[in-house]
Design a protein around this ligand. Sequence first.
Ligand SMILES: C[S@@+](CC[C@H](N)C(=O)[O-])C[C@H]1O[C@@H](n2cnc3c(N)ncnc32)[C@H](O)[C@@H]1O
Length: 506
Amino acid sequence: MPEDKDFTNKLILGDNLEALKGIEDNSIDLIYLDPPFFSNKTYEVIWGDEGEVRSFEDRFEGGIEHYIGWLYERVRLMYDKLKPTGSMFLHCDWHASANIRVEILDKIFGRNNFRNEIVWHYRRWTAPSNNLQKLHDMIFWYSKSDNYTFNPLFTDYTDGSVSRKKSGKLHRFKKGEEPLLVSDKTIDEKGVRENDVWQIPFIAPSAKERIGYPTQKPELLLERIIELASNEGDTVLDPFVGGGTTIAVADKLGRKWIGIDQSSMAIKVSDLRLKKQHDAFSQPYELILRKYDYDILRSSNAFEFESWIINKFGGIPNAKQRNDFGLDGRMSDNTPIQVKRSDNIGRNVVDNFLSAIRRQDEKLFEKNKKDGKIAGYIIAFSFGKGAVEEIARLKNKNSTIIKLVKVSDIVDYGKKPEVSLSADSIDKNEFEFTAKAKSEPGIDFYAWDFSHSEQNGFKPDVLFDKTGKQTKKFPDGEHQIAVEAVDREGISGTDKVKIEIKNQKK
Ligand SMILES: C[S@@+](CC[C@H](N)C(=O)[O-])C[C@H]1O[C@@H](n2cnc3c(N)ncnc32)[C@H](O)[C@@H]1O
């Protein structure tokens, strides 16, 4: 696979309108989007956290025109992100498809760049009504130019009643349950060339790939789209990533990927889904939440943290770790910065900083003092009383202004939920597990790994549990069970228990 050293796969929490602005123009090979839309009967839409179902009209006051405007500005941005050889696949259904095609896609891509309308035909039970059953969605495929990536798809075929021998122009094959008539031209040694009507079942309630996300799409659907319009090493973007189907499939197929969703639940479910399928071929990825995880910041590489926080503060970090005076960076006007990656910074830090900045540039120090300007910044997680008092004293007695800056003034961070997991035996081989978790923003859901090992990391068997309680049977032996509690900011905490089931034979 071609390696791109500057790119890491990304899972981003946020409104895609904002998040898309951070993506380079002309950098994406394939965009698949499955925006929220009218659901079949009740004009409802799955919206935001908790897959919350709200009425379409609630969100889109002003009806369809408002909806089209909302989507138009996003698709317009996405268009800029596509490479000239790139394609977009927009998934929708009858509620808005006509408007989307004419008022958004034709306008942005141009009518001549319409490639196809793929019909996803599914089967599901619906109550009888005075109408034909609605059993398909559409996926509009537009490319940015005539020179687009296209890999023909083939479907397996089995010989039907007529033999495979060329008996005239038409051949009859069976594709699953359906007889097919195909001409010589569409037959290839790989199978029959796939057409634009795809019969793919809905995800069954018992399906292995089912993760419990309300609008989850089948992996096979995404496999086809990704194989059709991208190659290994290409970059796939899903700006409405939901339960993460697109990026999970992209990862398996060796594509690079970016997933965006405004719901922290969607992002964390996608994150856990990727962890679950993680193997030796998986690429690393970055999880970008609205808040950083305090523990991760505190335990990160010191130099990397210093450079990162100075950049976020708007300063210029040193190229190498600490300069001769123990300072970490400066502002553009040369005011020095020191970073302490800890809490409760004491007075000694202020004293040392003061002598360091004087030694480094006495002239600048005196000038700042004379002009009543800030002589230097100390950035830390928190400051003790001694440091705060010293700062006040310096200002009053020496007219020296040193500014203490908390990390939380620069970036938002949250603390991991505190989690405790207990196991109660309820039958010979059966246990009940209870997770108790606390976090400031509140707990959103739990994920469970019933055969946890440090070596494999957290690989959830249950991805999305609102209750914090699970019962499960185990074979004899030792088992480690791990739970992750995810809060409303998408930050998670974990706990584990070990159980042992002794030989139960009579
Ligand atoms: C129909 S679902 C996508 C389902 C996904 N294809 C899957 O297979 O799981 C639409 C998603 O769009 C997200 N969403 C809605 N508005 C958004 C916005 N402005 N920015 C980012 N995500 C948004 C919702 O949170 C929801 O998860």
